[in-house]
Every structure is written in structure tokens, then in C-alpha cells.
Design a binder for this molecule. Structure first.
Ligand SMILES: Nc1ncnc2c1ncn2[C@@H]1O[C@H](COP(=O)(O)OP(=O)(O)OP(=O)(O)O)[C@@H](O)[C@H]1O
Length: 832
């Protein structure tokens, strides 16, 4: 009985069942994802319906600003809630007077009065209000109208300074306590806390101060007992939650405040907290059932736009410069950049173009920073080219543009940063330049953050979107039900309303996956840039033969790769060195789905530059000669095929685009038949040449192979780069092909004849599907056959794998067995 054969068959079947199961799981995961998406859409529609019903019955409607309710708020009827928009409270006339006299404002903005009334009524409250809409007034005005003082927890000293300076200017007494406060200042503040006659109305502290100063806590205790601690305001409350975009560990300790002073109302303020972040904050701050007021995130006066950033630095700078000198001539603005270095270089570039632009970043001298800020605030400088260090507390009313030279690391960050435009309610523009390489620069920067990648990809999704209202994408983030009409053409997608083609990118995706599989089988890693280069045919000539390159313009190729990353067909793989972090691309969890013949993938592409093939097909012009392949959409760019090798005659145009349908049916990309044959013939020639090399230069040959790998993949850190260079001094190359002409008669197992064409085909199957087994075979070959001085076996296995196309349905076990039989058979023959 052939027990071994039986076991192998069972093993084979098990493998295939396992693979099928894995695929099914992926399909289920996809369906579940879709189900979640649809459910959330359904909920949104239900909410919309409810809003519409409310609008039809005004007696039960909420205020003009959308306000969402927490459980506490919903416990309060809408009628009751509306009462807090009123002016019939005991404190109302006082409020009115201070609003006008102290703050010199005429009226409240949406939700301000409701928030102020609720906190004065002693309710715990979370106020989510867009940046620049006037959150500070919601605790400053109540502070002025209350006995005792309000404790304000603020994350930044610069924010405190701004606010205390402003309050001083309007004759409201406010002090701050932070690590750099003088002794006298601290003493006066501490004394003021327990003095019923103290004029101090607001005391600003950092969360660190609360966490570290026992003296402060004991004073607060005394003030609480004397009913002088009237309110606690926690500014930028999202910093409590590690899901918030600015998580600050010391904010986590603020729960002590509510535990020690339970009767004091707490007011948490933020511009950008999702409901899950707020839930987290609720727990951390120990507030039970706070009311959450959410003003619409929508800043109607801001115009949002995304521009594709050219890989050429000068092009984007010229574009920005011409905007500033043209549309925004003499108007104030901010250009946000990725790094301190960028702040310096971009501002220098703008200066060269006669724009009054100055850098601002955290590494600058504090006096320089405040000089730039002051001059900009007084319009002596037109543009600040800044990192995100130029952020919280920037309150200039007439900022007409905020340009992002590099995308932000999350939508929340983008919203906050761009929200510095148009605080005076006049129109202002928020433009972001979306560059492929920038995604990965930022990615390596946020790698340590808990949900850093996830948030970055959401930002990328926002930028790659070509047809949905930009506000609708932001709304999802702020849990807001959004009606595109609310945008009023104040974003590029609504304004231009282009009908972009929905391109079938399944074949493109397969090509990308094939390149990555090949790289993996060769134990190589590809950075996104190298992946694009390989795919667009920029890699070394010999590599180009092994993959299918694309004729899509580079920008579209990049867009496809980004799409694959966003949808989980690709994923990131970080590699850390002591100096830097590298981003490599790996196959994602959905990649196996591409092996299913029915699986398709589409994306909306920017037109008209959406690739010559896309445009041609869409317009019906310039029809190419090739018949359309099954599964190929009208918008598919043709696949450029194989050999650019000097030894192979160049294929004619027809050959390049004639596909063999039988091959196309296979999950493998299509291969022109003629080309395959030519390739195989060329392969034999090349193998002969290589044999010559392997006999005469065995060691060098191995080194050369490693260098080729280094060509194909990005460097692996300084050390790797160094070692490759040291091995391949300039000018040292493989012997030229002519060396093969004098090739002696092969006499070792590394000979080309060892592997027949059929076996080589089978080996190719291994290359694409079973890289691990290949490594094992290599290892065993080396152990059993290849002596250190005779590495030909390695090359005789690798080389055909690199160059040939695969037959269909060849199983690994069979291929491995047949390979092994052939190789060891040959070995025995040669030994005899
Ligand atoms: N009712 C109002 N009417 C007119 N202007 C107002 C009103 N309330 C606040 N402002 C002004 O709006 C500007 C922004 O206010 P504030 O700094 O409180 O915004 P914010 O919501 O705290 O912004 P950020 O999230 O950036 O801190 C200030 O110049 C303030 O004077």
C-alpha cells in the first residue's frame, strides 16, 4: 500500500480546503464590513427622517445649530432643553450686561447661551464646538457672573498666556499656575482661592500642576468647602482620551477633580471629539451623565479643496506661490508643512518668489517665535510657514487661507488646523496638497500612536475622494448627519461636480500583488516608491521581464496603490533602525480575494489625466488594436508585457497587446504566447551564460545576485546601503554577455540542461505561489548538493523562476516532488 502517496494526497486536499476556508473568511469579513457600512447609513437616514419630522412640527425641534443628545440630555425633553436658550434665569440680565460691557459682544453665537445657562444651572456639560466659534466665552462669561473662581485646565502655557492677557485687557482678573510661575504669583493665586473678597475670576492651570502639586489640591479643597470653587472648565477635553488626536497622559488624572469636588459643575470643551472619545472622557473625568452639546462642525464660510501634489517640489511651490501672489494678494494666511526643515525651506522658496513668508516651528528661539507671531498678527508678515507647533491659541480673525503643503495626520487635525481660517465669518479657503510620498513620511511618524495609521488612512481617504462632498466625509468623523446641500458648493467636489469614470482596477491590483509576491519570494521588501517604480517599468531591465508593468501615468499608478492600501489589499510593514523607520508595502488581508475570478475592484479616478487608456476608452477615441480581454473594463489601461532584454528581439506593438484568453482565465495575469516561447528560448541562452559565470566566479556571482536585489528594493537602512556599496564598487558588473560566447561545455549540475523547460515552468509556479517551499528547496539543495564552492544549484533554481511564466493548476507537492526527483536524478547522473 502506498502510504506515503496517500498521506500526500490527504495533505494536499487539506491544504486546498484550508486555502478555500481562508478565502471564505475574507469574503465574509468583506460582507460584514459592507453590512456595518449599510447599517450606519440606515441609521443616518433614520436620523435624517426624524429631523425632517421635527422640522415639520416646530414645537419639538431643536435649535438651529445641531445639538446631539447624550442620555442625560434625552432624559431632558426638547422643550426643557429649549428653555436653556432663554433669558429668564436669575443670572440672565447679569449675563447680558457682562457680554456687552466686559466682552464687548452684541449677541451670542449658536449654542453659546444654552451652554452658559446649563453650566450656570449646575449641570455637567461637554461642549463640542468648531474651532474659532467661541468656546472660551462659555466659561469666561459664567466665571464673571459667579461667586468665587473658575478653575480652567488648559494643555498649553501659551494658550493660558493668550487668554490671561486678553482677560486682563478687558479688566477681568485671571491668573495662571504652571511650572514657570513665579513664587509671588503662585502665592497670590493660592491666597486668592480661599479669599471670598479676591477679585480673581479665573485660575488657569496645566493638568501636570493638578497631578503634581499637593499644595494646589489642598487649596482647592479649602476653596470647595468655602463654596468658592464655582466651576471647573477642562479645555481641549479630548486630550483625556487616547483615542483623541492630542492625547496627554496627565489629562488621565483629572478624574480626581470630580471625585474630590462632586458638587462643582464641570464643563469640558473641544472642537474635535467623536462620541466614542467623549464616552472615554466621561469615564476618565468621572462625570456621570453629562449633557453633550454639539454645534455643527460645519463652518459655512470655509471652502475646502484638495490638489494633487506634484512629485517635483518646485511645481507645488510654484502653485502655492501663484495662489498667494494672485488670489490671496495682500491677504493673511498660513502654510502648514510637515517638518521644521520644510518650514525653513518652503518659507525660503516663497521668499525667493517675493512673498513675505516666515517659518515657525518648535525648535526656534522663543523670542523669534513670538516675533513672527506678533508680526503676522499685525499683518506685517503675510504668511507663516509653520509646523503644527503653530496651533492652539492662534486666534487671528482675518486669516483668508490655510494651505497644507503636506496632508495632516488625521481628519481631526486637519479640521483643527484648517479651522484657523475665516474666524471673522468671512469666506476663506482651506487647500491641502496631497502627495503620494507624504503619506509614508507621516505614516512612519505616527507609527507609535495607537490608532495613528487608521487616522492617517482616513485623511488619505478624504484626499483621494474625487466625488463626495468633503464636508460629508468630515461629518462622519464628527458623528454628524450630513446633507450635501448644506455644503452649498463650498468644496471642490460639490463645486466641480465631475462625473469621474468608475475604473475597474482588478487587473491592476493583480499586477501589484504579483510584484509584491515576487519580491517576497526573493526575500525582498519594497517601499511604496520602489513598488511604483517597478510597476511603471522604471526598475532594472531584468526585473521588468519578470513582472507586468503598467502604462498608466505615474499619478494614476500611485492612486491605485493608495486605493489598495485603503481597502486592505496592501498594508504597511515598518522596519526600525536606530536612525529611522522604513515603510514597506506588504500584501494585506484582502489580497487573496484577488485570486477569486469573480472578485472585482473599482475606483473613481481623477480625469482627464486618468491615464491615456482610460481617457481613450471613455471618449471612444484612439481605440487600440487589442481585443478587449474578459474582465477588462473599458477604462483599463493596457498591460505592457515583458521583455526589454537586449538579447530578446523587441516584440511588435501587436504582440505586446495580444493576450491569450486561456491564460487570462487563470488568476495569473495574461501573457502573450509568442513572448512566452521567446522568453523560454532566451532563458536557455541566458542560463548558459550564467553557467559560465557560475564556474568562473561562483562567489562573485552570489554577490551580484544580492546587488540585483538591492536594485529592486529600497535600501534597508544605512548599514544595508553601506554593505551593498562596499560589495559593488563602481564599475564592477557582471561579465558582459559576450563572455558566454566562449562558454565551455557545461559539466556540473548547475548546467542549463539540468532544468528542462517544463520543469522550469513548474518552478515558476513555485515562484509565484509557494515562496516558502522554494526557500526550503533551496536550503535542502544547498545542504545535499551545493557545496560552498558550487552554488550553481541555487542559481539553476532561482534563475528560471525569475524569468518564466507559469502553467495552470500545478500543485506544490507535485511540483516539489518532480523538481526534487529531477535535481537529484541529475545529481546522480553527474556523479556517475
Ligand atoms: N458671540 C460672539 N460674537 C462674536 N465673536 C465672538 C463671540 N464669541 C466668541 N467670539 C470671538 O470668536 C473668536 C474665537 O473665540 P474662541 O477663542 O473662544 O474660540 P474657540 O472655540 O475656543 O477656538 P479654539 O478651538 O481654536 O480654541 C474670538 O475672537 C472671540 O472673541
Amino acid at each position: 500500500m502506498d502510504v506515503g502517496g496517500n498521506t500526500n494526497d490527504v495533505q494536499e486536499e487539506l491544504e486546498s480546503v484550508e486555502a478555500e476556508l481562508e478565502l471564505l473568511e475574507l469574503q465574509i469579513a468583506e460582507l460584514v464590513e459592507k453590512q456595518t457600512e449599510l447599517s450606519s447609513r440606515k441609521n443616518m437616514l433614520l436620523l435624517k427622517l426624524e429631523d425632517a419630522c421635527n422640522a415639520a412640527h416646530p414645537s419639538s425641534s431643536s435649535s438651529s445649530a445641531s445639538s446631539k443628545s447624550s442620555s442625560a440630555e434625552s432624559a431632558m425633553t426638547k422643550e426643557e432643553m429649549k428653555r436653556y436658550d432663554g433669558t429668564d434665569f436669575t443670572w440672565s440680565s447679569d449675563l447680558e450686561q457682562h457680554l456687552k460691557d466686559s466682552f464687548q459682544l452684541d449677541k451670542f453665537r449658536p449654542l453659546q447661551l444654552r451652554a452658559i445657562n446649563l453650566t450656570l444651572a449646575g449641570r455637567d456639560l461637554f461642549l463640542v464646538m468648531p474651532t474659532g466659534r467661541g468656546k472660551s466665552l462659555c466659561y469666561q462669561l459664567p466665571a464673571v457672573c459667579s461667586e468665587g473662581f473658575t478653575l480652567v485646565v488648559t494643555p498649553l502655557v501659551s494658550l493660558m498666556e493668550d487668554q490671561t492677557m486678553y482677560l486682563k485687557s478687558i479688566d477681568v482678573s485671571a491668573v495662571m499656575l504652571n511650572a514657570s510661575s513665579s513664587k509671588e504669583n503662585t502665592k497670590a493665586a493660592m491666597a486668592g482661592m480661599t479669599d471670598p473678597n479676591s477679585p480673581i475670576k479665573l485660575i488657569y492651570v496645566t493638568p501636570e500642576k493638578i497631578a503634581k502639586s499637593k499644595m494646589l489640591m489642598s487649596r482647592l479643597e479649602k476653596a470647595y468647602k468655602a463654596n468658592l470653587l464655582s466651576r471647573i472648565a477642562v479645555d481641549e477635553v479630548h486630550c483625556c482620551s487616547q483615542w483623541g488626536h492630542d492625547f496627554r497622559p496627565d489629562y488621565k488624572l483629572l478624574g480626581i477633580l470630580k471625585r474630590q469636588f462632586p458638587k462643582v459643575p464641570l464643563l469640558g470643551l473641544t472642537a474635535t471629539a467623536t462620541s466614542s472619545v467623549l464616552k472615554d472622557c466621561e469615564k476618565i473625568l468621572c462625570v456621570k451623565q453629562p449633557i453633550t452639546l454639539t454645534a455643527s462642525f460645519n463652518r459655512t464660510n470655509l471652502y475646502y479643496e484638495v490638489r494633487i501634489k506634484d512629485a517635483d517640489h518646485d511645481v507645488s511651490i510654484n502653485d502655492i506661490a501663484s495662489l498667494i501672489k494672485g488670489k490671496y494678494k495682500d491677504q493673511s494666511g498660513i502654510v502648514y508643512v510637515f517638518s521644521q526643515k520644510d518650514a525653513e525651506s518652503v518659507s525660503a522658496e516663497l521668499q525667493k518668489r517675493e512673498i513675505s513668508a516666515y517659518p515657525y516651528h518648535s525648535n526656534m528661539d522663543p523670542s523669534d517665535k513670538s516675533r513672527v507671531h506678533r508680526k503676522w498678527a499685525s499683518n506685517k508678515i503675510q504668511v507663516v510657514v509653520a509646523t503644527v507647533a503653530f496651533g492652539m491659541g492662534i486666534d487671528k480673525a482675518d486669516v483668508r487661507f490655510v494651505i497644507h503643503h503636506t496632508i495632516s495626520k488625521s481628519i481631526e487635525n486637519y479640521y483643527q488646523e484648517s479651522g484657523r481660517a475665516g474666524r471673522d465669518d468671512h469666506p476663506a479657503d482651506c487647500i491641502v496638497y496631497f502627495g503620494f510620498a507624504d503619506i509614508f513620511r507621516i505614516s512612519t511618524m505616527v507609527v507609535m500612536e495607537n490608532v495613528g495609521q487608521q487616522k492617517l488612512l482616513q485623511m488619505v481617504e478624504y484626499c483621494q475622494n474625487v466625488d463626495r462632498c468633503r464636508r460629508s466625509l468630515m461629518a462622519v468623523h464628527f458623528d454628524e448627519v450630513w446633507d450635501d446641500e448644506g455644503c452649498d458648493q463650498m468644496c471642490d467636489t460639490c463645486r466641480n461636480a465631475q462625473d469621474y469614470p468608475n475604473v475597474d482596477i482588478t487587473l491592476h491590483a493583480k499586477q501589484v500583488v504579483q510584484i509584491l509576491e515576487l519580491a517576497t519570494s526573493m526575500d525582498e521588501k519594497l517601499t511604496p516608491l520602489k513598488l511604483v517604480e517597478a510597476w511603471t517599468g522604471k526598475g532594472p531591465a531584468k526585473r521588468r521581464k519578470m513582472i507586468q508593468t503598467t502604462t498608466m501615468p505615474r499619478q494614476q499608478a500611485e492612486a491605485v496603490i493608495v486605493r489598495l492600501l485603503l481597502q486592505g489589499y496592501l498594508r504597511e510593514d515598518f522596519s526600525f533602525t536606530p536612525y529611522t523607520t522604513y515603510f514597506y508595502v506588504k500584501l494585506g488581508r484582502k489580497a487573496p480575494l484577488l485570486k477569486t475570478p469573480t472578485h472585482t475592484l473599482k475606483m473613481k479616478m481623477r480625469a482627464p489625466e486618468a491615464g491615456p487608456a482610460v481617457v481613450k476608452a471613455a471618449s471612444g477615441q484612439g481605440k487600440s488594436k487589442e481585443p478587449k480581454r474578459s474582465g477588462q473594463s473599458a477604462g483599463d489601461a493596457p498591460v505592457r508585457q515583458v521583455s526589454k532584454d537586449a538579447s530578446a528581439p523587441k516584440a511588435s506593438e501587436e504582440e505586446e497587446v495580444t493576450f491569450d484568453p486561456s491564460v487570462t482565465e487563470n488568476s495569473q495575469p495574461p501573457v502573450p504566447k509568442q513572448k512566452l516561447l521567446k522568453e523560454q528560448r532566451n532563458l536557455s541562452k541566458r542560463q548558459e551564460k550564467r553557467l559560465y559565470i557560475s564556474q568562473n566566479q561562483t562567489k562573485k556571482n552570489l554577490e551580484t545576485e544580492q546587488a540585483d536585489k538591492a536594485d529592486f528594493c529600497e535600501d534597508r537602512g544605512p548599514k544595508a546601503r553601506q554593505s551593498n556599496h562596499s560589495k559593488f564598487p563602481k564599475g564592477r558588473r557582471r561579465p558582459p554577455p559576450s563572455a558566454a560566447a566562449s562558454s565551455p561545455v557545461p559539466s556540473s549540475p548547475s548546467q542549463a540542461s539540468v532544468i528542462s523547460d517544463t520543469a522550469a515552468e513548474e518552478l515558476c509556479d513555485l515562484r509565484n505561489y509557494y515562496s516558502k517551499q522554494l526557500k526550503r528547496i533551496n536550503y535542502i539543495s544547498l545542504e545535499h548538493l551545493g557545496q560552498p564552492a558550487e552554488p550553481g544549484v541555487l542559481s539553476c533554481i532561482r534563475e528560471p523562476l525569475r524569468s518564466l511564466r507559469l502553467p495552470r493548476r500545478v500543485t506544490i507537492a507535485r511540483t516539489a516532488r518532480s523538481l526534487w526527483t529531477r535535481v537529484s536524478g541529475r545529481r546522480r547522473l553527474v556523479q556517475r
